[in-house]
Design a protein around this ligand. Structure first.
Ligand code: FAD
Length: 343
């Protein structure tokens, strides 16, 4: 059990900046995100696209913003728990919350900040006859242990980077790979496409374009074949032991809906003084929250994180007044930031 001041649900830009604002006030945070990389939408949806409206940064990409935020929070060394979804948030007693993730990590925290954006990114599911019979055995949306696919016949579905990365990684190790893509152009990096096409030309893997899987055949969770149907209606049955599906990620509000929060069309109602939800001690910042005038912009989330941090500090230390201090001149903030003061 990890005991901390604050658990932050979501490592998007607002969750990361929340670490900074809490750290300046001397509060320790643990950050959890269901995806394996920090940065939220900036990393998942537009890593290479330029952002022009971050104050004092004329232009940076989603990836650059994420890296800069990670650098900025380094002095506060937050615990980062990536690839884990926060599933349980409940009150433990008057002053603390119990939090548990999909990986079984447990926390007790004095406050929670929900910085969950548009929800937890989940793999898009395949829709094909009997596909659900093989989930957890022969149908996979992520690869945890690549060696389980060595020597096996694989059908890999998708046309983005994940699909091609796994084709390239497993080619020559799997007994056979059939790559199935619903279009004739790939979204993956051009270099990966070139390398994959060479494997096709060399007869190492098979490629079926403009087609999709329509049915899974087998018994007792053991896959025998996948039926692939082309756009013009022709079907082939490809023998396979496993199917790997990489159709990208889509956000889902998921377990947040079960934490007793006042949800308003996939957002959480908060006040604009503390950014606190209807549950005292649970705050919400960034795209996930709603209040009159809300704008889903990163800079608005940064402001919300600053005010939420002050409110959390006051909640944890109710008898002390929380003063505004400047990072330029505050010796205690210099100490927390690990920088030399100017006196
Ligand atoms: P997000 O970035 O959505 O991150 C939330 C994170 O929480 C996700 O990683 C998610 O996996 C995680 N999460 C959710 N639920 C759970 C759970 N239960 N357990 C664990 N993790 C969970 N904004 C601007 O200000 N300027 C721009 O120029 C701009 N350009 C954009 C361009 C595009 C193409 C898009 C899609 C958005 C753009 N935005 C822009 C919007 C901006 O990206 C969002 O406002 C910002 O990402 C919100 O940050 P966030 O931290 O609130 O949430």
């Amino acid at each position: 059990m990890i005991s901390t001041d604050v658990v932050i649900v979501g490592a998007g830009p607002c969750g990361l900046f929340q670490v900074f604002e809490l750290g300046l006030l001397g509060l320790k945070a643990e950050v959890v995100d269901s995806i394996r990389l920090p940065g939220g939408q900036c990393t998942e949806l537009y890593p290479d696209k330029p952002i022009y409206d971050i104050p004092a940064i004329p232009v940076c990409t989603g990836e650059e913003l994420t890296q800069a935020l990670l650098k900025q929070i380094e002095p506060f060394a937050p615990g980062m728990h990536l690839g884990e979804e926060v599933q349980v948030v409940r009150k433990q007693d008057e002053d603390t919350f119990f939090v548990e993730t999909s990986a079984g990590t447990q926390f007790t925290a004095k406050a929670i900040v929900v910085a969950a954006g548009v929800g937890s990114f989940q793999p898009r599911q395949i829709r094909a006859t009997n596909s659900e019979d093989f989930e957890g055995s022969a149908l996979h949306y992520r690869v945890r242990d690549p060696s389980q696919f060595h020597g096996k016949r694989l059908v890999i579905l998708g046309g983005g980077d994940s699909a091609l990365d796994w084709v390239l990684e497993l080619a020559g190790k799997a007994e056979r790979i059939t790559l199935v893509h619903r279009r004739d152009e790939y979204r993956a990096m051009p270099d990966s496409v070139t390398r994959m096409k060479k494997l096709v030309a060399d007869g190492v893997i098979d490629e079926i374009l403009n087609a999709k899987a329509t049915a899974f055949n087998g018994e007792d969770g053991i896959l025998r074949s996948v039926v692939i149907e082309s756009k013009d209606g022709e079907s082939v049955e490809v023998e396979a032991d496993h199917a790997l599906v990489f159709f990208g990620l889509a956000p889902k509000l998921g377990p947040i809906a079960e934490w007793g929060l006042d949800i308003n069309r996939k957002t959480i109602n908060v006040d604009t003084e503390k950014f606190e939800t209807n549950v005292p001690g649970i705050y919400a910042v960034g795209d996930i929250n709603f209040y009159p005038g809300k704008k889903k912009l990163i800079l608005c989330g940064f402001h919300e994180a600053a005010l939420a941090a002050f409110a959390i500090k006051q909640r944890i230390e109710p008898d002390k007044k929380v003063h505004v201090q400047y990072t330029t001149t505050s010796p205690i903030m210099h100490e927390r930031l690990g920088v030399e003061g100017t006196g």
